[in-house]
Design a protein around this ligand. Structure first.
Ligand SMILES: [Zn+2]
Length: 295
């Protein structure tokens, strides 16, 4: 599917051209922020963006040997650490139940996102691709669809008009970087070579969830009467080895497909991109020829 759209390579730019702009990463889970987008987030913040995390669930299902309550607290704390590593301004935890986002009215999630997009004046979002294929986790695709709709509805004068009485203004999101675990239409590859170590540190900050993944691997190998030497080391070593084995390797693989050392891949939708056939390049041609300065 990647061949169906031209791919633009986004590289590090000099200076801080994005000063004054705001990005929000919408992650259903604490590990999503760093695994899929930490390189791009670190790069954009270094180029001037102010960044926020919006964590949609409470991550109560994701630990190796903690109780449910301990798991919620550990993942909340880990998310703060991920945010610190990446220079994120603030984390907003929506705290819906992990794995059960599909029982929440979609309009409720959407409305909470519209509120935050207006409050924070979000220009750019990063999140799961609402059109990504073969996604098995309902938290991922429900959050993705709510994000997609909230991006344009946040700009609507008659959507949630009581917000305007509270001092907010309509504010539509103009840029979207969508990631996916499975196949998607990739049209933007971001060179994250300069920030790869910061990205790896941010993934390792998800101690609870990465430890769960690594010890899950240890258990599956044990069932096959196998192990890896580092799986019997201390937690810090286990987490570091696992992150390099899985996530550093994945970003290197993505990079190599595009002549880069490390990269993240997205479906990108920019300010001038419209999915509608009624607002095509014909409109832009027309405006270039006929638009005149306003007195
Ligand atoms: Zn997730």
């Amino acid at each position: 599917m990647q061949d169906e759209l031209p791919v633009e390579i986004e590289t590090q730019v000099e200076g801080q051209p994005h000063t004054g702009k705001t990005l929000a990463v919408i992650g259903p889970h604490s590990d999503d922020f760093s695994i899929f987008s930490a390189g791009t987030v670190a790069k954009l913040i270094s180029e001037g963006y102010t960044g926020y995390f919006i964590r949609v669930t409470n991550d109560e299902m994701d630990s190796y040997d903690l109780t449910t309550s301990e798991t919620v607290l550990a993942n909340e704390s880990d998310t703060q650490d991920v945010a610190r590593v990446l220079g994120i301004q603030k984390v907003y935890d929506l705290n819906y139940r992990n794995h059960y986002l599909d029982e929440v009215p979609p309009t409720e999630i959407r409305n909470r996102l519209i509120f935050l997009f207006r409050l924070l004046k979000v220009d750019t979002v990063l999140g799961f691709d609402p059109w990504g294929h073969y996604e098995e986790n309902p938290d991922h695709y429900v959050a993705a669809q709510a994000t997609e709709a909230a991006c344009w509805m946040a700009g609507g004068r008659l959507d949630l008009p009581e917000h305007l009485e509270a001092g907010l203004e309509p504010y539509g999101v103009s840029e979207k970087y969508y990631w996916a675990r499975g196949p998607q239409l990739v049209n933007r590859v971001v060179d994250i070579t300069q920030v790869i170590e910061q990205k790896m540190e941010s993934i390792r900050a998800n101690r609870t969830q990465i430890r769960n993944m690594a010890l899950g691997l240890r258990d599956r190998l044990a069932a096959r009467k196998l192990t890896l030497p580092w799986l019997s080391a201390d937690d810090e070593t286990i987490i570091k080895e696992y992150v390099d084995l899985v996530f550093r390797a994945a970003d290197h693989h993505t990079g190599q497909q595009h002549g880069l050392e490390y990269a993240e891949a997205f479906h990108y939708i920019g300010p001038g991109d419209h999915s509608s056939k009624f607002t095509s390049c014909h409109m832009e041609d027309y405006l270039r020829k006929h638009a005149i300065p306003l007195e």
